[in-house]
Write a protein that binds this ligand. Structure first.
Ligand SMILES: [Zn+2]
Length: 420
């Protein structure tokens, strides 16, 4: 059973807004105490109590920012990160497109430097390197950084700080592009990171971030994107508020379809050379129309999570009563928010299939469901497959065509559970 262990040094509570510094903060979504979503455990550690930390979203009454204020130690969350981006073909294609469009749009001189914050195994940098850029990764997950270095993507195994930015500027010169894709919402002290970016970025340079887009999370009910690593859920408006306070500005914004809908923002130093595109004001107008600054929007969202919980757990209980065998696909972090908050454990889900060898043989955090390779679908065939990595539902269903041909059915849990 789950045990709470209080480790105050491993989790601190922030008392002011990350974006504007305001202190009128109110909890809008509370998911209780949970293990970190990537804290997969080894078999021999099954009897060691897991660390549980509060998981709740707060709303800032001053600027409308939505994010987490319980900050779990980044060393704990990211030091042994097991997520390797290049295991996801969708992300490989995403960053190939990213490198192509950035290279073409800005036409920076050959040999310009791109620094990627949270570079993982070099998935973003590899296509830039192929286009003649100098590339440099920064990632605190030492094992993954070592792997990137072995594969020819120079990677510093550290967190990005103003000190590190200064060292890079002295040794490698200023960067024309600094990117922070899925990592940007992971950062608590954005003031410090943006100070480093400003120091290292060329005056014509571009800082590009990608982050989950709050209006999509609400509209598509993607509550399972909420976990301890994701400290911020931005809108263009809240991101612009943050940047303005720190002497930078967004000059363009667009949507990408990763993670069910992400925001890609193009940022420069304040009064930089890039013209501010109409898209920025258009995004903000749409956000106002979707009432992103109204706390009631998020209270209503919290109610839809409860509805999803009732419906999915009801469906799974019915299937178990009919003695159906159920497994899951995709030991994604988001799946662990869903399993833990909905209380779906190993008594319901026999195993979770995942294609990453880094996760196979481990157990999911909290619910302790074994993670296995896809061969299990042959050796221990289930009747139903719950797709936890629902953002990859289509490729997963294609991949598991043999399972479907034998009469197997898929359950897609979000926004409303449905059988496919
Ligand atoms: Zn605020």
């Amino acid at each position: 059973m789950r045990t709470t262990r209080s480790e105050s040094t491993l989790c601190k509570n922030k008392t002011f807004c990350r974006v504007c510094g305001g202190r009128r903060l109110e909890t809008v979504i509370s998911l209780g105490a949970m293990p970190p979503a990537n804290a997969f455990t080894k078999k021999e550690k099954q009897n060691v109590p897991e660390l549980l930390f509060p998981l709740a979203c707060t709303f800032c009454h001053a600027c409308g920012f939505v994010g987490l204020l319980d900050i779990v130690s980044p060393e704990l969350l990211f030091g042994n990160y097991v997520y390797v981006s290049s295991t996801s073909p969708t992300f490989v294609a995403h960053f190939e497109e990213f490198a192509g469009s950035v290279s073409q749009r800005f036409a920076f001189p050959a040999g310009s430097l791109i620094l990627d914050i949270g570079s993982n195994d070099g998935i973003l940098l590899r296509p830039f390197k192929g286009r003649g850029w100098r590339v440099l990764g920064v990632d605190p997950a030492t094992a993954i950084a070592a792997q990137a270095n072995e594969n020819g993507i120079t990677t510093i195994p550290a967190f990005f700080t103003p000190g590190l930015a200064h060292t890079v500027r002295v040794t490698s010169g200023k960067a024309h592009v600094i990117s922070a894709t899925s990592v940007f919402p992971h950062i608590d002290d954005l003031d410090s990171v943006i100070a480093g970016v400003k120091d290292l970025l060329h005056d014509n340079g571009v800082f590009i971030i990608e982050a989950y887009y709050l209006p999509d999370i609400v509209e598509k009910r993607l509550f399972d994107t909420i976990y301890h690593e994701h400290l911020s859920y931005f809108t263009v408006k809240t991101l612009a508020t943050l940047l303005a306070r720190l002497g930078m500005e967004m000059f363009d914004a667009e949507k990408t379809d990763t993670h069910g809908g992400s925001l890609r923002a193009f940022i420069q130093k304040k009064n930089g050379p890039h013209t501010i595109c109409a898209a920025v004001a258009q995004f903000i107008a749409n956000e106002n129309r979707a009432r992103m600054g109204d706390i009631e929007t998020f209270r209503a969202f919290a109610r839809t999570i409860e509805e999803n919980k009732r419906n999915l757990t009801g469906l799974l209980s019915d299937l178990k009563r009919q003695e159906k065998r159920i497994a899951a696909y995709g030991a994604a972090a988001k799946g662990n928010t869903l399993l833990n908050y909905f209380g779906i454990g190993a008594d319901v889900i026999s195993y979770v299939v995942d294609d990453s060898p880094w996760k196979q043989g481990l157990y999911t955090p909290g619910m302790k469901i074994p993670v296995v390779a896809a061969e299990a679908l042959e050796s221990m065939p289930p009747d139903y497959l719950l797709i936890l990595a629902w953002n990859f539902a289509e490729p997963i269903m294609r991949k598991c065509s043999a399972f479907r041909e034998r009469g197997g059915k898929f359950i897609i849990p979000v926004p409303e559970p449905r059988i496919a």
